[in-house]
Design a protein around this ligand. Structure first.
Ligand code: UDP
Ligand code: MG
Length: 155
């Protein structure tokens, strides 16, 4: 059985405007993660507020809501064992200027707030966030033909 852990990844407005969507998707593909859903859309401000509801009241809240709703994004769901931790590591630290080289933010962002990508940070937030963008029947469950080579174990 394929692992069912899922995460919501958004290529944010600067990721699309800076022509980095393919680069970012490609990194996850090469890692062996499985794309389960995708939607290209402009996020309405109201939905952006819901998306960042955990940050309501913080000084950057209004700014990050406007940023997320400012231009189209690619909203995706990825599936696999440990996918939340793996994608968070691949994204890097929140701000591009101090994210490690080799991470998406570390390689492509030097900004404070514009950091190319959103990724859920826990199974609970993944569950809540996925439901904001996708109906259950829009998430596709399938097997890769090389699954055993991608997820092989020695124990
Ligand atoms: N953000 C910001 N200023 C801050 C903190 C966060 O502009 O001081 C923005 C940034 O785009 C970040 C988003 O708000 O990605 C959500 O913040 P969070 O702490 O959840 O960071 P993330 O999980 O994206 O690394
Ligand atoms: Mg976060």
């Amino acid at each position: 059985m394929a692992a069912k852990e899922r995460t919501l990844i958004i290529i944010k407005p600067d990721g699309i405007q800076r022509h980095l969507a393919g680069e970012i998707i490609s990194r996850f593909e090469k890692k062996g993660l499985k794309l389960a859903a995708a939607k290209f859309m402009k996020i309405p401000e109201e939905l952006a507020r819901k998306h960042y509801a955990v940050h309501e009241g913080k000084p950057f809240f209004e700014g990050v809501v406007k940023y997320l709703a400012s231009s189209p994004v690619l909203v995706t769901v990825w599936q696999g064992d440990g996918v939340i931790d793996i994608t968070r590591k691949m994204m890097g630290a929140t701000f591009g200027f101090d994210a490690e080289p080799g991470t998406i933010r570390g390689d492509f962002s030097a900004s404070r707030g514009y950091n190319l990508i959103h990724g859920s940070d826990s199974p609970e937030s993944a569950d809540t966030e996925i439901k904001l963008y996708f109906k259950p029947d829009e998430i596709v469950d399938y097997e890769f033909t090389d699954e055993k080579w991608l997820y092989g174990k020695n124990d």
